[in-house]
Design a protein around this ligand. Structure first.
Ligand SMILES: NC(=O)c1ccc[n+]([C@@H]2O[C@H](COP(=O)([O-])OP(=O)(O)OC[C@H]3O[C@@H](n4cnc5c(N)ncnc54)[C@H](OP(=O)(O)O)[C@@H]3O)[C@@H](O)[C@H]2O)c1
Length: 339
């Protein structure tokens, strides 16, 4: 089968198209013919062994997110059948419940082989059937970015209708958060770097927006949008530079979901506000398989379509990584395995 893999030594230059023997499903396993993948911030840095021993061993097939057609199943498989489409879950052994060390380490695209492969052979417990209304490209975006937004707002955040949410940026996770907020009847304020993206965010239902390039001290302006009360929830993607602003506009008792550290990973803020405002600071790391299934059911009920920004050919994986690094995207960057 055709694969992309990091071979020989770590480093993006050693990420190449190669071949491996075709897999065959054993008992309890499912064979997928992959049709699409989508990329996340983590994927271009795994080839550089950015996650240390957590990156896995070589050769390694990169990329965590994708979708495929079920073309064969091993004995005893009941969760899917031949002809279904399925997404591999990001964490293969986190089925439900609380995270633990094992559940948080068995992730696709490092240390486990990822989706940039013609076929994937996985435990049936590690896949979720995809609703019919989604295209392959749309479905490929769900396992990491969408589930992270779902876990932050629904599974852990328990967001309620009428509550106020602040979302940072217009990347993959942020747009799913906006869609889920609207689905759940919450009020969404989004901050973004560009007026052009802000127009698109308004079309998607953003109730209020702030250009954070024009208003770097956006915390105060954001608080004013809530009549001074503050936000019930904040989806924190920036980290170092954004957390001080978020602490200025979270309400007492509000929930700050830390999902990214795009502006830096060190704490450089007055931590006292977390205590005096009794802020719930919750780290989110993707989520479990049952969450992915519940999220897909909710999306199907509301016919929510992921926003696909740009599609690259299979052979253009490195070009897709370079595009991701520009930050120009609005939503998800996908790879078609058919091209
Ligand atoms: N915890 C998890 O499980 C998990 C899962 C997925 C991703 N992540 C992390 O979450 C972050 C976002 O992921 P993604 O896939 O949504 O990325 P993405 O699609 O590449 O989107 C990034 C967007 O974030 C916005 N942004 C960048 N710096 C910002 C800042 N200082 N303040 C506000 N917005 C900023 C920009 O939007 P504008 O141009 O509109 O400003 C940018 O386009 C990454 O750090 C990623 O590693 C974490």
């Amino acid at each position: 089968m055709r694969v992309f893999q990091i071979e020989g030594e770590w480093g993006i230059d050693n990420l190449k198209i190669s071949t491996r023997p075709d897999p065959k499903p054993g008992p309890g396993q499912v064979l997928l013919r992959m049709s699409a993948s989508s990329i996340n911030f983590r994927d271009p840095i795994v080839p550089e062994r950015a996650y240390g021993s957590q990156s896995g061993n070589l050769p390694l097939i990169p990329v965590s997110d994708g979708v495929g057609d079920v073309i064969d199943v091993g004995a005893g498989v009941t969760r899917v059948k031949v002809g279904d489409r399925a997404c591999p879950a990001y964490f293969q052994t986190w089925i439900s419940g609380e995270p633990n060390a094992n559940r948080l380490t068995q992730s696709l695209g490092g240390p486990l082989d990822g989706t940039m492969s013609e076929f994937m052979c996985l435990s049936e417990e590690g896949v979720v059937k995809v609703p019919d209304y989604l295209t392959n490209l749309e479905a490929s975006t769900l396992p990491c970015a969408a589930l992270t937004a779902w876990s932050a707002l629904v599974e852990c955040g328990r967001i309620k209708p009428g509550e106020q949410l602040l979302i940072q940026g217009s990347g993959g996770v942020a747009l799913f958060a906006l869609q889920f907020a609207k689905m759940l009847g919450a009020r969404a304020t989004v901050i973004s770097s560009s007026d052009e993206k802000i127009e698109r965010l308004k079309h998607m239902g953003a109730d209020a927006t702030i250009n954070y390039r024009e208003t770097p001290e956006w915390g105060k302006a954001a608080r004013a949008l809530t009549d001074g009360r503050g936000f019930d929830h904040i989806l924190e993607v920036g980290g170092e530079k954004t957390l001080p602003q978020s602490l200025r506009c979270i309400r007492p008792g509000g929930t700050l979901s830390m999902i990214g550290i795009l502006s830096g990973g060190a704490m450089s803020t007055s931590l006292g506000l977390i205590i005096t405002r009794q802020v719930k600071l919750q780290g989110i790391t993707v989520g479990h398989r049952d969450g992915l299934e519940a999220m897909m059911n909710a999306m199907a009920q509301h016919q929510i379509r992921p926003v696909v920004d740009k599609v690259f050919d299979f052979a253009e994986l490195k070009a897709s990584f370079n595009y991701l690094k520009t930050g120009a995207q609005f939503g998800k960057i996908c790879i078609s395995h058919d091209r």
